[in-house]
Design a protein around this ligand. Structure first.
Ligand code: FES
Length: 151
């Protein structure tokens, strides 16, 4: 690989807006890859910038690290992701955003009935216990009273 095709961590941090510590963390989590120079320093292929742009967008959408990893695993590692790759994934994200918006609208509608009440009852308040989800076992970690799509 030509030395002009690789970027040092400082360059990737400057161009992506991520701190060097975040780059190390994402590498530890398997979201991005780095090679080591002869001196042991991290070197990144230029395509890492697109993967980082993807990660930033996914975080803004609200995807978990596990979800981001699963999405990234569908992308080719041997080339820079292309327009078709991004279009396919963004369609998936739209569905996820629609689900989140719908869940937030349900919470908002429940809040309307709470205005002026103030009880925050875990038994009957639609906002603190939407759809009585607190009454069912929650297999996933996180806030048990939030709809799963918002956790
Ligand atoms: S605060 Fe009383 S029902 Fe929500």
């Amino acid at each position: 690989m030509d030395r002009h095709d690789v970027l040092a961590v400082s360059e990737v941090a400057r161009r992506s807006g991520f701190a060097a510590s975040a780059l190390r963390y994402y590498e530890d989590q398997g979201l991005i890859e780095a090679h080591r120079s002869a001196g042991g320093q991290r070197r990144y292929e230029r395509s890492v910038l697109r993967r980082l742009a993807f990660i930033r967008a996914a975080v803004n959408i609200g995807l978990s690290l596990q979800e981001i990893r699963e999405e990234l695993d569908t992308l080719p590692r041997s080339r820079t992701p292309n327009k078709a790759d991004w279009q396919r994934i963004s369609r998936h994200w739209r569905t996820r955003l629609d689900d989140r918006i719908a869940a937030l609208e349900r919470l908002r509608d429940g809040l309307d009935s709470c205005i002026g009440c103030g009880c925050l009852s875990l038994q009957r308040c639609a906002f603190s216990n939407p759809s009585d989800i607190a009454g069912t076992a929650s297999p996933s970690p996180g806030a048990a009273y939030l709809p799963a799509v918002l956790r």
